[in-house]
Design a protein. Structure first.
Length: 110
């Protein structure tokens, strides 16, 4: 096989995976709220935390990370803890239920 053909095949595989239809997992935000940390209330801390969650095909959180901090560790930790405990509707890949990453923004305001 020549190098051009190998390069074409590799490029085709990469571009095919880029078009795979993926729908991220979701949860009901009304039934899943974080408790405002007492120290943060006393210090009047507010902000928005942007997080990513790896959700299994059964809707359980497998992993989490803070993508953008609120600027306050207590708020970030409380948001991650609360959302990790939520039940998610699993995401899909190519129409089948699958493990997916999903982004969640949580806003803390007084």
């Amino acid at each position: 096989m020549n190098k051009r053909l190998i390069g074409f095949i590799a490029a085709s595989i990469v571009s095919a995976s880029a078009f795979a239809a993926e729908t991220p997992a979701v949860f009901d935000a009304k039934n899943c709220k974080a408790e405002y940390p007492k120290a943060s209330l006393m210090n009047e801390e507010q902000g928005q935390v942007t997080m990513s969650f790896l959700v299994s095909a059964s809707g359980e959180v497998m992993d989490s990370k803070v993508d953008k901090s609120s600027g306050f560790k207590n708020l970030d930790k409380a948001a991650v803890k609360a959302i990790t405990g939520c039940k998610f509707k699993p995401g899909t890949k190519d129409g089948a239920v699958a493990q997916t990453w999903t982004k969640v923004d949580y806003v803390w305001s007084l």
